[in-house]
Design a protein. Structure first.
Length: 228
């Protein structure tokens, strides 16, 4: 009887080991088993493996970047992630800066406070305060009306959501020292205007001083406390 059961038992053991190996591979890159749910509680080990704003865990930082490039490749990679509607990734001499719009393809990406009226309206398509004016400036990717979600402060984005994006960037571009991620609407619109300059074939170096001032304001320089 045991001899007859030998093959099924061995097969089951093999499958269990294979699935275990897949799970370990997922944990290797810090990925949640369910990539559509970033709302799971943060474990202590996750804090220790934080992949974004790592320098600010140990002390104050500066954003004195000396190079600025729009990365279409990294932007496309983050655009494909659950929870991300649009991602604009800027790389500097050592860091990556991400501007986001969030969609509803994943849960637990941010807090419950809604900042965007995206319920639909029979008034103006782009601005229900101006129902007869559907004009939207080309540099504005999001103006708060009938758009995807934003978040005024980067701390409103969930740890696991930021962790997944930062890990993907570090995996694809290992020379990146730190990753900064925000869905702030003004930051998103400004990075969109920078990306448009890059699409035109223009260098972003003349915009570097403005960029450094912007990211200093958005992400700050003071030491950040670990996620709870």
């Amino acid at each position: 009887m045991l001899r007859k059961l030998g093959f099924p038992i061995c097969g089951m053991i093999f499958l269990m080991l294979a699935f275990s190996g897949c799970a370990e591979k997922g944990r290797e890159y810090g990925k949640s088993p369910d990539h559509t749910n970033f709302g799971a509680p943060v474990e202590k080990s996750d804090e220790n493996e934080r992949a974004y704003q790592t320098q600010q865990l140990s002390g104050p930082v500066t954003h004195n970047n000396t190079k600025l490039i729009y990365s279409q490749f990294l932007s496309n990679q983050l655009n494909a992630m659950n929870g991300v509607n649009t991602a604009i990734v800027m790389t500097t001499d050592q860091n990556a800066y991400v501007a986001l719009m969030i969609d509803s393809s994943a849960i637990g990406t941010k807090g419950t406070t809604k900042e965007t009226n995206n319920q639909g309206t029979n008034k103006g398509f782009y601005n229900d305060k101006a129902p007869f004016d559907d004009y939207l400036p080309s540099n504005e990717l999001n103006n708060g009306f009938n758009n995807y979600e934003t978040a005024v402060h980067h701390d409103l984005l969930s740890h696991r959501f930021k962790q997944a994006m930062a890990e993907k960037i570090r995996l694809l571009q290992p020379n990146i020292m730190d990753v900064y991620i925000s869905a702030n609407r003004d930051f998103l619109n400004q990075m969109n205007s920078f990306a448009q300059e890059s699409w035109k074939g223009n260098s972003l170096m003349p915009l570097l001083p403005t960029f450094n001032q912007t990211v200093t304001r958005v992400f700050g320089t003071a030491q950040q406390l670990p996620n709870k």
